[in-house]
Design a protein around this ligand. Structure first.
Ligand code: C2E
Ligand code: CA
Ligand code: CA
Length: 582
């Protein structure tokens, strides 16, 4: 309650008027009957009513109808008992739009204690509330897909697990990861990838029941939480529906694209599953689904722990592998069958893990591919192999041989891959014909014009391109015409049992014929017993690579093999002393 003139500026009415008129807050004064007598300019802009429109009216004109009547009752009770009221009010602008203010109403009394005026100050907090709401929304939603985010998932899981403890029900969870999403991103670009993620999120949400929570965990990983699960089959059914939903193509940027999903499924044990256990189990199940060939789902099982844990740990440790210089290369000789002499080598990467010993590429390359680490690792392999090839080339005691390097799909889809390779050749001063790149069919499958350009550039500069594991993947004869290939490597799975498996023998023979007609060099992989070598000679196969002649060797042993002459290759295995008829 104010009953005396204010001190300070109050003694200077002009100064007081300027201060009030220029205030950012809307201020109005009513008489004791509640009729507006005075408003400041901020009032006019906040409410939309001009001074002329407002004077003489009751502040009721500002009412939005959104406020509970009890609030006004409290307001009047307070001010009529000569106390200051403050609170939050949602009002209506003259145009009809709503706004929210923090309002203070101060009653002013004369010397007899009779209320003569009310002074109301309104601070517009509409924008602040909106941004607060936005921040609150963003805290629990994923910006891209609009789905709840990982934080929301954690909150919901805590809630559901707590409920399941009380009611003895179970919680189901599906961890969903798009297969080969990195490839899509690398090939079609990030905005395409983003659009695909949005569409995938929508599709997932559509498959679920209303009570399920679908969220995006980040990247191409989503999760679904199912409350009140009665039976395992309910979770399995949803997992199946999810996998099936992704058998239909997506349409992004007028392009149809197929992308499958891998799903890890987990169910809580009533009474004893914590959130961290639950998410770990779903994660492990997802890893297992990925390992199991993708495009499917797996439930968590006890035994998964160790194997998948190892894979996850490898993923962590792999970050250090290049930095700590833990990778090294071995070289497996490729042997020409006409003269039985080494005609080249294939560089194969190994990882000297600090505690696990030597880890095979079959185990860590897939981990590297799915984590993006394949780029630094692939670069390291390329440089190391070119350095080695150059050293051998510069050594007059050794024959000049090309070195083949395996290139992952992820590397080849880098827009500047060709330039990068040519730069390395230049830096190492290695003529391009001493480098061979081995690609698998997976890379060629999506017919990207960029990949085609990359291969053409490399081919024009003299780098030889060979198609690895031929027949194992999506073998299409179309690749052989379309891309500038020089060599086909027939996959081990056809070669190793061609003596006993007539079908495989037919395939090998057909590929050898085809390669001859297309003027491509052909090499058979995984050749172990001698009779296979003889058979391949008969079929007209030009080159072989396999344990029969040599396992992958450290560079020193390769040099030894080459200086001791190819006699040893001709006569027997590289292990000395075990003579074998030529
Ligand atoms: P790959 O390119 O098909 O390489 C041949 C694999 O077959 C090698 O396994 C080699 O040791 C094995 N091998 C060769 N001859 C025989 C044989 O007579 N019998 C049997 N049973 N196996 C034979 P390794 O070194 O374990 O490599 C496995 C795969 O890892 C490679 O298959 C390749 O796909 C990948 N890899 C290896 N090094 C690299 C690399 O630097 N970059 C990339 N992206 N992948 C690599
Ligand atoms: Ca290879
Ligand atoms: Ca191969």
């Amino acid at each position: 309650m104010i009953s005396k003139p204010l001190p300070g500026p109050g003694s200077n009415p002009e100064l007081l008027r300027i201060a009030i008129e220029s205030a950012a807050n809307a201020i109005f004064i009513t008489n004791g009957a509640g009729e507006i007598e005075w408003v400041n300019p901020a009032f006019e802009s906040l409410t939309g009513y001009t001074e002329a429109e407002a004077i003489g009216r009751n502040p009721r004109i500002l009412k939005s109808g959104r406020q509970q009547e009890t609030l006004y009752e409290d307001l009047w009770k307070t001010v009529l008992s000569r106390r200051v009221w403050s609170g939050r009010l949602t009002n209506r602008h003259k145009s009809g739009r709503l706004y929210t203010v923090e309002q203070t109403i101060t009653p002013i009394c004369d010397d007899d204690g009779v209320i003569t005026h009310f002074v109301a100050i309104h601070e517009d907090i509409t924008a602040r509330l909106a941004s607060e709401a936005k921040v609150a929304y963003m805290a629990v939603h994923d910006y891209l897909t609009g789905l709840p985010n990982r934080y929301a998932l954690d909150q919901r899981l805590d809630l559901e697990l707590e409920r399941s403890r009380r009611l003895g029900t179970r919680v189901g969870g599906l961890w969903v990861d798009l297969d080969n999403f990195k490839d899509v991103n690398d090939t079609f670009g990030h905005s395409f990838g983003d659009a695909l993620l949005v569409a995938a999120g929508k599709r997932l949400a559509r498959v679920c029941r209303g009570v399920d929570l679908t969220c995006r965990l980040g990247g191409d990983e989503f999760a679904i939480v199912m409350p009140d699960v009665e039976e395992r089959t309910h979770v399995a059914n949803l997992a199946e529906r999810v996998v099936r939903a992704f058998s239909e193509p997506f349409e992004v940027d007028k392009q149809k694209i197929f992308i499958s999903v891998s799903v890890g499924a987990a169910i809580s044990e009533p009474d004893r599953t914590s959130r961290s256990e639950f998410t770990k189990q779903a994660d492990l199940a997802l890893y297992s689904a990925k390992e199991g060939g993708r495009n499917g789902y797996r439930f968590f099982q006890g035994g998964m722990d160790a194997r998948s844990q190892r894979r996850m740990n490898l993923g962590q440790d792999l970050h250090w592998a290049v930095k700590r210089d833990e990778l090294f290369l071995e070289y497996q000789p490729q042997v020409g069958l006409d003269e039985r002499r080494v005609v080249g080598t294939e560089a194969l990467v190994r990882w000297q893990h600090p505690s696990l010993g030597v880890v095979a590429p079959m185990e860590f390359i897939p981990v590297a591919e799915s984590s993006g680490l394949i780029k630094p690792i692939g670069d390291w392999v390329l440089e190391a192999a070119c350095t080695q090839a150059k050293a051998w080339l510069a050594n007059d005691d050794l024959p000049s041989l090309p070195v083949a390097v395996n290139v992952s799909a992820v590397q080849l889809r880098e827009p500047r891959f060709a330039e990068h390779v040519l730069q390395i050749l230049h830096d190492k001063d290695l003529p391009p014909e001493y480098l061979e790149l081995e690609l698998t069919e997976r890379v060629l499958m999506d017919r990207s014009p960029m990949v085609e350009r990359t291969l053409r550039t490399l081919h024009e500069f003299g780098v030889c391109i060979s198609l690895d594991d031929f027949g194992k993947g999506y073998a299409s004869l179309d690749y052989l015409r379309r891309y500038p290939l020089s060599k086909i490597k027939i996959d081990r799975s056809f070669v190793h049992d061609m003596e006993s498996n007539a079908k495989n023998a037919t395939i090998v023979t057909a590929v050898i014929d085809l390669a001859a007609k297309l003027k491509l060099t052909v090499i058979a992989e995984g050749v172990e017993p001698e009779n296979l070598v003889r058979r391949l000679v008969t079929e007209g196969c030009e080159q072989v690579q396999g344990f029969y002649f040599s396992k992958p060797l450290p560079p020193k042993s390769v040099e030894e093999l080459l200086t001791l002459g190819n006699d040893r290759i001709r006569a027997n295995r590289p292990e000395a002393g075990r003579a074998r008829p030529a």
